[in-house]
Design a binder for this molecule. Structure first.
Ligand SMILES: NC(=O)c1ccc[n+]([C@@H]2O[C@H](COP(=O)([O-])OP(=O)(O)OC[C@H]3O[C@@H](n4cnc5c(N)ncnc54)[C@H](O)[C@@H]3O)[C@@H](O)[C@H]2O)c1
Length: 253
């Protein structure tokens, strides 16, 4: 993290063109961070970057497919070239794949695609980010897991396994850098109103989910953003290797 209080810290966010990623990028911009946004859809990415600049913060969109390791290296390079440092990263890009499909009918192609984006790309993102963050004197990484990675949900075996793998990657990577000033944590969102939620949940499913959430509602992307911001806060110096459920009490029940 910057030692000079006049230097704004820099965060990189993947999957920042929509949903939780876009809301988190805006929250960091509002909090005075400089923001590098990564995603595949240039028009949406440029629009979120403009919204951040309209708040008076600096933002850069870099078109990036997170399954392409060389693109991730270029993303980190562009970020450091533009802002001079990297202090934090939110590895948020993810796909749900086939849901509400029983385990014995899950397709190998679905497994390959979901694990490629949700697991291999999270590892590759950390591998691209870690040297740059260490060079800046340490900082924080947050990976986006899911409550599906910490408990079972019928019909979601592949997605759930991929998010459990994110939990494993997070806890282990946290140990690897614990003495080097780099904290690594995960957020585990409950049901959150985004395009992904609309893709996998019909109105009927949403009503059933609301009944299972102690708070009685789905969360908003901004509610995940505030947890990510806290996990990356330079004042938050002793939290590492944790999986923070932000789920309206779902996993407490
Ligand atoms: N919405 C929920 O209920 C919920 C719950 C738990 C966890 N999550 C996790 O939150 C994260 C964000 O999802 P969201 O709900 O905001 O939905 P979303 O579909 O709006 O966001 C996912 C983002 O990832 C991007 N992405 C997918 N594959 C990519 C690739 N190869 N390269 C670059 N970007 C890619 C998408 O374009 C999109 O911008 C995901 O990891 C998801 O698994 C969501």
């Amino acid at each position: 993290m910057p030692t000079d209080s006049k230097v704004s810290p820099v965060v990189l966010i993947t999957g920042a063109t929509s949903g939780i990623g876009a809301a988190t990028a805006l929250a960091f911009g509002r909090a005075g961070w400089r923001v590098a946004l990564a995603g595949r859809r240039a028009e949406q990415g440029d629009a979120v970057a403009k919204q951040i600049r309209d708040l008076g913060a600096e933002a850069l969109f870099v078109a990036t497919d997170v399954t392409d390791r060389s693109a991730l290296d270029r993303l980190v390079e562009r970020t450091v070239k533009q802002f001079g440092r990297l202090d934090a990263a939110f590895n948020n890009a993810g796909v749900e794949g086939d849901v509400f499909v029983p385990t014995h009918e899950q397709r190998p192609e679905n497994y390959a695609q979901v694990f490629d984006v949700n697991v291999r790309a999270v590892l590759a993102s950390m591998q691209a980010e870690i040297p740059a963050i260490l060079k800046s004197g340490g900082g924080a990484i947050v990976n986006n897991a899911s409550i599906a990675g910490i408990r079972g949900f019928g019909g979601m075996s592949v997605y759930s396994a991929s998010k459990a793998a994110v939990v494993g990657l997070t806890r282990t990577a946290a140990l690897d850098y614990a003495t080097q000033g780099l904290r690594i944590n995960a957020v585990a969102p409950g049901p959150i109103e985004t395009d992904m939620y609309d893709r996998f949940a019909t109105e009927e499913v949403k009503a059933a989910i609301r009944q299972r959430v102690p708070m009685g509602r789905a969360g908003t992307p901004a509610e995940i953003a505030s947890a990510v911001l806290w996990l990356c806060d330079p004042a938050n110096t002793y939290t590492t290797g944790q999986v923070i459920a932000v789920d309206g009490g779902f996993t407490a029940a």
